[in-house]
Design a protein around this ligand. Structure first.
Ligand SMILES: [Zn+2]
Length: 145
């Protein structure tokens, strides 16, 4: 039996920056992944953030459409695309919720950063990337800084 291994390539510092923002926020945060897809590899060149969300709660987050389309237009100018997104799960596992699954387009990647408070009140985080057509999470590979 063989199965497809999906891979996400991103700079460690780019991911660390998302992680820091996720840990600081009590609400979900969401950023879009700008890059390109090559075979089964998602290459993330840039993570796009917004200054203001349309919806922002501990369980839900949404961008204003106009901000999303601005990121998309900027990506396409550089011959790149929005290849997925990454959002946080405050006090919840780094797996796709039903809404995440339904909201992820086939061929896109869905990054989830779980943020946990430990008894000593340190924040721990765990990031996993998922695609819709695989039960396994994607392999993560750090790009050279
Ligand atoms: Zn989610």
């Amino acid at each position: 039996m063989s199965y497809t291994v999906y891979k996400v390539q991103i700079k460690k510092s780019t991911l660390a920056s998302f992680r820091r923002r996720a840990i600081r926020s009590k609400k979900e945060i969401l950023a879009y992944l700008v890059g390109y897809v090559s075979d089964n590899i998602f290459v993330v060149i840039e993570v796009a953030y917004t200054k203001k969300y349309e919806i922002s709660t501990p369980e839900n987050v949404k961008w204003f459409d106009k901000d999303y389309y601005k990121v998309l237009a900027d990506a396409q100018k550089q011959d790149l695309d929005i290849i997925g997104d990454i959002h946080s799960h405050p006090n919840c596992d780094a797996i796709m919720s039903e809404a995440d699954y339904n909201g992820t387009a086939l061929g896109n990647v869905c990054g989830i950063c779980a943020v946990y408070k430990t008894p000593k009140n340190n924040n721990r985080s765990l990031i996993r990337f998922w695609v819709k057509n695989s039960a396994l999470c994607c392999d993560l590979e750090y790009l050279q800084e």
